[in-house]
Design a protein around this ligand. Structure first.
Ligand code: CP3
Length: 341
């Protein structure tokens, strides 16, 4: 069997050229994704229909031969499974019933895994259809990030509603984050049981937290989730992505127990190289370099490879690819990382 290179890196090996996958690699920049999307009633239906979700997951693997496939789904399936009436409005992003403080006590996570059964079916089918050497990644949102959407009822630029709850009613937010941490850990364990090789926890909004809140709402729940996963399914490799964490990236691996840390593009490469001495890192090209074109891609990739390819490293962007990217420029990026362009 061909070794799954990303799993080797996550065990601390240096692989050259580094393995590569891209956040949001299945998405609107691909014409074949837009065609498949047109067959779904709405975005959640897309996520819950194994035929369609498998197809969307495989599209970027067929086109680019990425070293990892990431399950096609969304972090907001957890609030959906908690009956928050999640909808994705075209052109507006996600919407759901905002969660008032006094509703938090009434949240009932007992039906979450049943509600998400189609996701596990997708994972099972994927492991059967993917090339042997392709790592299959499962994922979920971190409790804090998912909580921000549940409290506001939609995305916001600064997560003010959740930060206000954090100062005004910290015990309530603790309770919400606890419910999410337990449900999300069980959700990831079920993905592993269905065939995911490793899992990634997306804390896309950790960057709005001050240092006290970062410990309480980003680090602590992620540490708890990872402890649960490693206790119940020993050896499961975990990637953590505390986007925007800045200085607080320091010590994050040690505090949470994550095997690999995903870096956003604002992390300086000397800091990234320093972190790599403690363990594997993933990242961190600015997604807009792919939109800007080949010169910007070449320059950014070369700097990253110079700094990080001598240690355990997985190439990725520093956040998701945007719909404006040209699929041919993505091909150039992949070839350049692999030394072929
Ligand atoms: O290819 C992959 O990376 C796997 C699929 C994936 C999606 N969302 C599909 C998606 C993953 C890993 C996510 C994670 C996700 N979803 C995050 C964490 C990572 C990040 O980007 O910070 C967050 C915060 C969300 C919530 C979310 N989902 C938002 C805010 C939006 C709307 C904005 C947007 O990009 O449209 C989504 C929708 C979404 N999730 C799309 C896709 C492909 C676009 C929906 C469409 O096709 O219309």
């Amino acid at each position: 069997m061909g070794e799954r290179k990303i799993l080797e890196v996550m065990q601390g090996k240096t692989v050259n050229p580094p393995p590569i996958w891209i956040m949001r690699q299945a998405g609107r920049y691909l014409p074949e994704y837009r065609a498949t999307r047109a067959n779904a009633k709405n975005f959640l239906d897309f996520c819950y229909t194994p035929e369609l979700a498998v197809e969307a997951t495989l599209q970027p693997i067929r086109r680019y031969g990425f070293d990892a496939a990431i399950l096609f789904s969304d972090i907001l399936v957890i609030p959906d499974a908690l009956d928050r009436d999640v909808e994705f409005v075209q052109g507006e992003g996600p919407r759901m019933r905002p969660l008032a403080g006094d509703e938090i006590e009434k949240l009932d996570p007992s039906g979450v895994l049943d509600h998400l059964a189609p996701v596990f079916e997708t994972v099972r089918r994927l492991r059967g259809e993917l090339p042997e050497e392709t790592t299959l990644l499962g994922f979920c949102g971190a409790p804090w990030t998912v909580a921000t959407y549940m409290i506001a009822g939609h995305g916001t630029p600064d997560q003010a509603p959740s930060r206000l709850m954090m100062y005004r009613e910290p015990e309530r937010l603790d309770r919400l984050v606890d419910v999410l941490a337990e449900a999300s850990a069980q959700y990831l364990i079920a993905q592993v049981d269905a065939g995911a090789d490793a899992v990634k926890i997306f804390d896309s909004w950790s960057g709005v937290l001050d240092e006290v809140a970062f410990e309480r709402y980003s680090v602590a729940p992620v540490r708890k989730m990872i402890a649960t996963i490693k206790r119940e399914r020993p050896g499961t490799p975990v990637i953590a992505f505390p986007k925007g964490a800045g200085y607080q990236y320091r010590g994050y691996r040690e505090k949470t127990g994550a095997d690999m840390i995903a870096l956003d593009w604002t992390v300086p490469l000397d800091v990234a190289a320093q972190m790599q001495k403690e363990g594997p890192v993933q990242g961190n090209l600015d997604p807009l370099r792919v939109v800007a074109g080949r010169e910007a891609i070449r320059e950014g990739v070369d700097r990253i490879l110079d700094a990080l390819s001598g240690g355990p490293f997985v190439f990725n962007l520093g956040h998701g690819i945007t719909p404006q990217a040209d699929p041919d420029d993505m091909a150039f990026l992949v070839d350049h990382v692999r030394g072929k362009a």
